[in-house]
Design a protein around this ligand. Structure first.
Ligand code: HEC
Ligand code: HEC
Ligand code: HEC
Ligand code: HEC
Ligand code: HEC
Ligand code: HEC
Ligand code: HEC
Ligand code: HEC
Ligand code: HEC
Ligand code: HEC
Ligand code: HEC
Length: 492
């Protein structure tokens, strides 16, 4: 009996100890801010249970200050215990930066995240002051929330691709808000985005397509005219190619992944990257910015026509316009390609093996086009030869020191005619083409005759000079002989 009582007692003591210990320990580890706020049904407390910071053992007090170990409101939320209440303005980002911009603190949590978010945000387009002039336009919580923060790869994050359109759109689609900052800035990005191939797939739940942040960045977003912007002309092709050149990433979509490669070797890519000609098109000039879609069959000549206006106009009123629409041939692309467009040469024209015309025109098929192609090529070859001869003659006359500045000036007109003829190909009309070529041929023949005359003149003068020199030489010699004779006479 005694033993039984003793055993019971020690079990009780033991249980009491455990209870006491547990209570004491939990008083120290339990986040009393959370406990009390949760029991009040406060939203921040409810959200905090899902927060990455909660999972890392971070408490309400790590952000708000105060004493998280006390269950007494007065003690817990005492200013003397460092309680700061609700942060306002730039103190909000400052609160986050206390850890996120401090590598030592982040290392304590074994975190390998970058620690540059605030620094980048400050130099970004969003780093400017808000309309009140008191604080920055964006704080960390504008994009990440204050409570219930989850890793950015979590589908619930406001910056996850599935939600980021709305996060950015909350300002950028709000006309009233945006007008206050920059009335000139369009507010149609999200709207246009929804009509793009990216946006359509996105609406179906595809989070691999491009979203605002894949093209613009996150903390370091810059104005489109900023040289460092991901959408600045010379940076844009690499921005798109992060996905479009990654065959592994794009595997499931079964579309080519060679656009960037081809583009950099095209006449446009070379113009941009090697000749630093920023009038050359990049991906978004042809595909649009927010409506990134492949240009439709009919719209291709419009896209190219924004720069090559003459070619597009001529094409539209050519017999090919109707024929191509009927056959669903993409307009300029059929003959020039899209990403791999190379310098056009006369070899493209005509009925040789390498000529584009012979793909569809032959002696037995679409014969009228065949004849036109053949004649056009003949004419342009003739003009080229005539121009070459004119250049050679002008060069020769110049080397011989003849005055031919007028003929030389006309060479420019001849060259211009040849350029015009190359463009006039797109009328696919032999008569119009011939007119331009003829103007060129008239000019070249004028140059050829003027330069030819100059060269003749040169030889004529040289011939004349030769005779004159001969006469002078004979005169000098006879004069010399006469003098010698006179001298001999005087001596004798
Ligand atoms: C025992 C309950 C209790 C505890 C413990 C407690 N709070 Fe509160 N807290 C409240 C109540 C109730 C309010 C609202 C009363 C008010 O507006 O002053 C409040 C208000 C707040 C506010 C808003 C302040 C404002 O200016 O409106 C913050 C922030 C806050 N608490 C954070 C904390 C943090 C951080 C801790 C722990 C260090 C904590 N609380 C501990 C009950 C508690
Ligand atoms: C990661 C930092 C962080 C943590 C952790 C945090 N808060 Fe906050 N809290 C903020 C910020 C920032 C604001 C200001 C939000 C705003 O201006 O919209 C805020 C605002 C509040 C507010 C007032 C406004 C509101 O949303 O109702 C209360 C109350 C509050 N927090 C309570 C808590 C409690 C309770 C906890 C712990 C369960 C907690 N916070 C944890 C950063 C934090
Ligand atoms: C304009 C919206 C925006 C603002 C403002 C913003 N972030 Fe972010 N943040 C993002 C996006 C988008 C990502 C995801 C980036 C990615 O996937 O590469 C991100 C990622 C992060 C990450 C994950 C690691 C990393 O750097 O990619 C951390 C941590 C982070 N942000 C903290 C902050 C802090 C701290 C602030 C305030 C100084 C802040 N963010 C302000 C949009 C924002
Ligand atoms: C007490 C230090 C501390 C404070 C204050 C703090 N954080 Fe964190 N934060 C962390 C740690 C630690 C992680 C987890 C890091 C990891 O997983 O590598 C984290 C993670 C994050 C992540 C998820 C990053 C990811 O993995 O994708 C975001 C977003 C974030 N914090 C934003 C904020 C914002 C916004 C604030 C201010 C309202 C803030 N943090 C305040 C320490 C802090
Ligand atoms: C497929 C890439 C891509 C996506 C996705 C994208 N943008 Fe853009 N954005 C661009 C390009 C390219 C420009 C313009 C560059 C230029 O005109 O030189 C631009 C320009 C802008 C501009 C400057 C004003 C304007 O409209 O020309 C804003 C603001 C902008 N984008 C916001 C957004 C927002 C918000 C989203 C998400 C709804 C978004 N963008 C999605 C590529 C993209
Ligand atoms: C709090 C509102 C707000 C949010 C949220 C916001 N922005 Fe902005 N953003 C602005 C304002 C205001 C400007 C214009 C600044 C100016 O021109 O004075 C701007 C400018 C820009 C520009 C530069 C446009 C140009 O002139 O070329 C881009 C790009 C941009 N934001 C993209 C984004 C993206 C992407 C997101 C989401 C990750 C985002 N913004 C979230 C308010 C916001
Ligand atoms: C985050 C990755 C990503 C980025 C960045 C991106 N895209 Fe895409 N894009 C995709 C995916 C995924 C598809 C879907 C492929 C499909 O059409 O099935 C797609 C589709 C397209 C299509 C339609 C292709 C077709 O015929 O179906 C075009 C055109 C396009 N993107 C152009 C661009 C341009 C231009 C840029 C840069 C301004 C860009 N993309 C940036 C991922 C991206
Ligand atoms: C000179 C105009 C032009 C430029 C520059 C351009 N594209 Fe295209 N792109 C086109 C045309 C035209 C098509 C074909 C549309 C069709 O036939 O339906 C196309 C098709 C595409 C497609 C669909 C798949 C395919 O290859 O047919 C993708 C994806 C694409 N382009 C991405 C890009 C990217 C990324 C860049 C920049 C590196 C770029 N484009 C530059 C005109 C252009
Ligand atoms: C944003 C303006 C722009 C757009 C859009 C554009 N181009 Fe060009 N293109 C240029 C410029 C500039 C050059 C001159 C490059 C050089 O020779 O230095 C050029 C050169 C060419 C050439 C070579 C010209 C020659 O003398 O041999 C061809 C062919 C061509 N483009 C076809 C197209 C086609 C087809 C499209 C539509 C799919 C297109 N371009 C869209 C600006 C543009
Ligand atoms: C049926 C085939 C065909 C189509 C369709 C076509 N082209 Fe051409 N293009 C040619 C040929 C052939 C030449 C070369 C002419 C030469 O050098 O003799 C050429 C030359 C050019 C040149 C260089 C000469 C110049 O005008 O500066 C440009 C630019 C050009 N094309 C743009 C376009 C554009 C833009 C379109 C669509 C509106 C288009 N082409 C449609 C066959 C075509
Ligand atoms: C992709 C196929 C294709 C290519 C390439 C092509 N054509 Fe055509 N062309 C057609 C079709 C189809 C017609 C309409 C049928 C017809 O009238 O023979 C046509 C009609 C014509 C016509 C009008 C004939 C008439 O009956 O009035 C001329 C001229 C012509 N092409 C010249 C050319 C020249 C020059 C080239 C090369 C620069 C060329 N075509 C390249 C398909 C093509």
């Amino acid at each position: 009996m005694d033993i039984l009582r003793k055993a019971l007692l020690s079990i009780l003591v033991f249980l009491f100890c455990i209870f006491w210990l547990n209570n004491a320990l939990s008083l120290n580890t339990v986040n009393q801010c959370l406990v009390c706020h949760e029991s009040n049904g406060d939203k921040p407390a409810m959200l905090f249970k899902k927060d990455i910071h909660y999972k890392m053992g971070i408490t309400c007090a790590d952000c708000h200050g105060g004493n998280s170990k006390s269950d007494d409101m007065e003690i817990a939320m005492n200013k003397r215990a460092g309680f700061i209440g609700i942060p306002k303005g730039d103190d909000i980002s400052g609160m986050c930066a206390k850890c996120h911009s401090n590598p030592d603190v982040m290392k304590r949590y074994h975190s390998e995240l970058p620690t540059n978010q605030l620094e980048m945000l400050k130099t970004s387009v969003h780093g400017k002051l808000s309309i009140t002039g008191k604080e920055n336009l964006l704080q960390c919580i504008t994009c990440h929330n204050a409570h219930g923060i989850v890793p950015v790869k979590d589908k619930a994050s406001p910056v996850h691709p599935s939600n980021v359109i709305n996060t950015c759109g909350s300002c950028h689609s709000n006309a009233k808000f945006m007008r206050a900052y920059n009335p000139a800035l369009p507010i149609d990005q999200a709207e246009k985005y929804r009509t793009s191939v990216h946006g359509i797939l996105h609406a179906k739940g595809d989070s691999k397509v491009a979203v605002c942040t894949s093209c613009h960045g996150s903390h370091d977003i810059r104005q489109k005219s900023d040289l460092k912007s991901k959408v600045y002309k010379t940076n844009l092709p690499s921005t798109c190619s992060v996905c479009h050149s990654n065959s592994e990433y794009m595997k499931e979509y079964k579309i080519p992944t060679n656009q960037y490669d081809k583009y950099t070797h095209s006449v446009h890519g070379i113009a941009l990257f090697e000749k630093h000609d920023i009038s050359a098109p990049v991906c978004n000039d042809c595909h649009g910015n927010h409506g990134a879609t492949p240009p439709g069959l009919e719209s291709i000549s419009k896209v190219c026509g924004t720069c090559h206006a003459m070619n597009a106009d001529l094409f539209s009123s050519s017999p090919h316009k109707k024929a191509f629409d009927e056959h669903k041939y993409p307009e300029c692309e059929t003959c020039h390609g899209n990403h791999e467009i190379i310098t056009a040469t006369d070899q493209l024209l005509g009925v040789d093996k390498n000529a584009v015309c012979s793909r569809c025109h032959s002696e037995s098929q679409n014969t009228k086009g065949f004849k036109v192609a053949k004649n056009m090529r003949m004419l342009i070859d003739k003009l080229e030869k005539a121009e070459k001869r004119a250049i050679d003659l002008v060069h020769e006359a110049e080397q011989k020191g003849m005055e031919i500045s007028e003929a030389k000036y006309k060479l420019k007109d001849a060259h211009q005619a040849r350029l015009e003829a190359r463009t006039m190909v797109h009328s696919f009309n032999l008569g119009k083409f011939q007119n331009v070529v003829n103007t060129g041929l008239v000019t070249t023949s004028e140059i050829t005759s003027e330069a030819g005359l100059a060269v003749k003149d040169y030889y004529y003068r040289r011939y004349g000079l030769g005779i004159a020199s001969l006469i002078i030489t004979i005169l000098v010699i006879s004069l010399y002989k006469i003098i010698r004779r006179i001298e001999k006479k005087q001596k004798s």
